[in-house]
Design a protein. Structure first.
Length: 115
């Protein structure tokens, strides 16, 4: 995976970030690596587990194990099949919340660039 042209920026919000947000009081993301340039999170979602409303700084991600999710954000609610091996990038997500509605545990790596 090559990271090119990935600009990081600061955003102010009252929402938690992915590591701080959890599901029913339990964390779903753990820090795998962190230094002064980036933070890598591994987020795990068994069936029926989600991620409460949170924001994302600029990041890229990789799906280690996929599943089907119900995603709610400013554009509404949708169901998305996230296949194993897929990758994604986002400049910034002001807020979203997700729920694993599939029958398998999903695992993601989220790589955030720091300012």
């Amino acid at each position: 995976m090559v990271i090119m042209g990935f600009a990081a920026c600061s955003h102010r919000t009252t929402l938690p970030d992915p590591q701080q947000a959890g599901w029913e009081g339990k964390s779903v993301c753990e820090v795998v690596q962190e230094n002064d340039k980036l933070r890598v999170l591994r987020c795990t979602f068994p069936p029926g587990v989600g991620h409460e409303r949170h924001f994302h700084a600029p990041h890229i991600g990789y799906t280690i194990a996929g599943s089907t999710f119900r995603i709610e954000d400013a554009s509404g609610v949708r169901e998305v099949n996230v296949p194993t091996g897929s990758s994604f990038d986002n400049a910034y997500i002001p807020w979203h919340q997700v729920l694993n509605i599939g029958d398998s545990t999903a695992v993601f790596l989220i790589i955030e660039m720091k300012d």
